[in-house]
Design a protein around this ligand. Structure first.
Ligand code: FES
Length: 95
């Protein structure tokens, strides 16, 4: 199963493919920041430290919100929107 690691703290969880990073973080017992749960507020933005290639590509909605926050979609993603597809992903929360 895909594996998610949340930094700092090195919290990990193995989750089924198709799980959002937000849900994966909760699974790893991390108190994940989120607001709308709907890919529109940007509260859940996280920096992807590795494994971007294992995530679903961003939707137009996600790209628009990342743009509003001036976050590069090559490095930052919204955890409530994006699903892990395979492999390992490491991220850190916050802005
Ligand atoms: S919680 Fe609002 S964009 Fe993710």
């Amino acid at each position: 199963m895909p594996k998610v690691t949340i930094m700092p703290g090195n919290h990990t969880a193995e989750v089924p493919a198709g799980t959002t990073l937000l849900d994966a973080g909760e699974e790893a017992h991390v108190d994940m920041e989120a607001g709308c749960f709907n890919c529109s507020c940007g509260t859940c933005v996280a920096e992807i430290l590795s494994g971007m290639e294992n995530l679903e590509p961003p939707t137009d909605d996600e790209l628009n919100v990342l743009d509003q926050w001036n976050k590069d979609p090559e490095k930052y993603r919204l955890t409530c929107c994006v699903k892990i597809l395979k492999g390992e992903v490491t991220l850190t929360q916050g802005h």
